[in-house]
Write a protein that binds this ligand. Sequence first.
Ligand code: PRP
Length: 186
Amino acid sequence: MARPVDLQDDVATVLIPSEQIQAKVAELGTRVSSDYAGREVILVSVLKGSLPFMADLMRAITIPVQIDLMEVSSYGGTTTESTGLVRILKDLSSSIEGKDVLIVEDIIDTGLTLNYLIRYLRGKNPASLRICTLLDKPARRLVEIAIDYLGFTIPDQFVVGYGLDYGERYRNLPFIGVLRPEVYSG
Ligand code: PRP
C-alpha cells in the first residue's frame, strides 16, 4: 500500500500559524461590522483561494451580509502575470447595482487579477466597492491597488495553505506556510 502523503512534510516553515489567522479574521470582521453598520454588504469571494478566508470572515461579521462567488483565471499564459488578462470562469449570481460590495481575496501579488476585477465590478455600478485581502505581497506588485482591509503583509516567498495552493494542493492546511524549494524545483 502506498505511504500516506503528509502535506505538512512539504512545508519548510510556518509563516502565519492558524491561531494568528483566526485572531486577524476576528479583528477584520469587527472592523467590517462597524464600518458597514446600518447597511448590508455583499461579500464577493474570488475562488478558489479565498474560500477558507471567506468562510471564516463571514462568520466574524455580525451585520447582515449577502455572499456571491466569482472564479477567474489568467487568459492565455500559465500565470496571470504573463498576460494581465483575466478570464471569468464564474460570474456573479446577482446584480450588485446600488449595493455595497466588498471583494474578499486571499492574496494580492502582482495586483493584475484585482485590477481587472475592480474595473469589471465598477462597471456594474455598485454603491461602493472595497477590497479585503488576507495577504499582501507588495514586492511583486505591478499595478497599484488600494487595500481597505488587510490581514498580513508577507515577504516574497512561495506560500501555501489556508486556501493557497501549489499545483492545486495544500489549500487545506490550516496555516500559511512556506513551501520547501525542492517541492517546486524538483
Ligand atoms: C491567486 C489569488 C488571486 C491572484 C493574485 O489566484 O487568489 O486571485 O492569484 O495574484 P495577482 O495579484 O498576481 O493577480 P490564482 O490565480 O492562483 O487562483 P486560485 O485562487 O484558484 O488558486
